[in-house]
Design a protein around this ligand. Structure first.
Ligand code: BG6
Length: 366
């Protein structure tokens, strides 16, 4: 069952290259229409009528929604809100028939998310479900479904469901952008190319998992850890921080790098571990100055960069390089070391990785 791995979580982390291939298979083309999503009933006319999008989900799926929001806004130029389902449904959200509501749920059975789905439909919105389970309640009740083909996810801590949700969002954002005419072909081409390279790039990160393992063993005895990043790096560190807390019980905070000085910078002390993501060339300089702020207070910084931002090596204590990719696509790679960090920290602390305390795989009560 675990295919020789010690835990389902580790197996599922290693399933990701194949999960990426399966999720992208048949959906990407090297030219027009670039992305093909035949399961969508949504017509181009309907897509052109949308005025806004709400992305609603819980937990890890919500974090995928944060990346989805950024991609859709940037490429399809539609206003997008992303919110946790347990808040969304009780604040009388401004839903109109011109709103597309996207619910994201690995299981398709999370009660809060289903309640939001029903609330959206009651207001006449069209609902798209991004889910991993064929025949799930979300898949049955939504108007449209985009399946993530991650395969069964057993470990309570979600890994390949999150990363394939990112791919579903990228594909859908390109689809919207092409129909709305908001992204020229010269820009779509490199994005599609970056997506096709992901499976082998994930393989190459997995081959270097020992680098993360040794870092995880170092921080395993710590009580607190900070994650910082800007833009989509900030979205990913929120997921990395959740993962670490969920299975290793090390307290951590994910901070927008530029916000730290407006908030809890005082908690950074001599030796506080900080994981800093800096994969976005246009935000690189700003992120480096935020890294300097924490280093000046004695933080020990692990930087994660791509080949484009490899200059980060000079500003951090140690660097993990991920392969070169399109900046918007970077989360599909950077999440892998963060998953491994949470996994190895949990193992080092002697916990039952696949069955973390107080957490269920799917919560079917509100
Ligand atoms: C939580 C799980 O209860 O539900 C999380 O512990 C998960 O791991 C969240 O991300 C949402 O689940 P789903 O199935 O709706 O994606």
């Amino acid at each position: 069952e675990k295919a020789g791995y010690d835990h389902f979580m580790l197996k599922e982390i290693h399933d990701q290259p194949q999960a990426y291939r399966d999720t992208l298979s048949g959906r990407l083309f090297k030219g027009y229409p670039w992305v093909y999503l035949p399961e969508l009933k949504l017509t181009p006319e309907q897509i052109k009528q949308f005025r806004n999008i709400h992305i609603v989900a819980c937990g890890t799926a919500y974090h995928a929604g944060l990346v989805g929001k950024t991609a859709i806004e940037r490429w399809a130029r539609l206003p997008v809100e992303a919110e946790v389902a347990s808040e969304y449904r009780y604040r009388s959200p401004l839903i109109t028939p011109e709103t597309l509501v996207i619910v994201v749920s690995q299981s398709g059975e999370t009660a809060d998310t289903l309640a939001a789905l029903r609330e959206a439909k009651r207001h006449g919105a069209r609902v798209l479900a991004v889910t991993n389970v064929v025949g799930s309640t979300a898949a049955r009740e939504a108007d449209d479904v985009l399946f993530t083909w991650a395969g069964p996810e057993i470990s309570v801590a979600s890994t390949k469901a999150y990363s394939t949700q990112l791919l579903a969002f990228y594909a859908f954002a390109i689809h919207l952008a092409r129909i709305r005419g908001t992204l020229p072909d010269e820009e779509i081409g490199p994005i599609v190319h970056a997506l096709t390279k992901l499976p082998e790039q994930v393989e190459s990160i997995l081959q270097r998992k020992d680098e993360i393992k040794s870092y995880a063993e170092e921080i395993a005895s710590r009580e607190h850890l900070f994650f910082i990043g800007r833009g989509v790096d900030y979205a990913v560190v929120q997921e990395g921080s959740l993962k670490l807390k969920e299975i290793s019980y090390i307290h951590s905070e994910a901070y927008a790098a530029g916000e730290l000085k407006h908030g809890t910078l005082a908690l950074i002390e001599e030796g506080t571990p900080v994981v800093a993501l800096a994969t976005q060339p246009d935000l690189y300089e700003k992120t480096v100055s935020n890294i300097r702020e924490v280093m000046a207070r004695g933080a020990g910084v692990l930087g994660i960069a791509t080949e484009e931002t490899a200059g980060l090596a000079g500003s951090v204590d140690r660097l993990l390089l991920i392969p070169s990719t399109h900046p918007m696509i970077a989360p599909a790679l950077t999440v892998i070391p963060l998953q491994l960090l949470a996994y190895y920290a949990s193992v080092a602390r002697g916990y039952d990785v696949d069955k973390p305390r107080n957490l269920a795989k799917s919560v079917t009560v509100e």
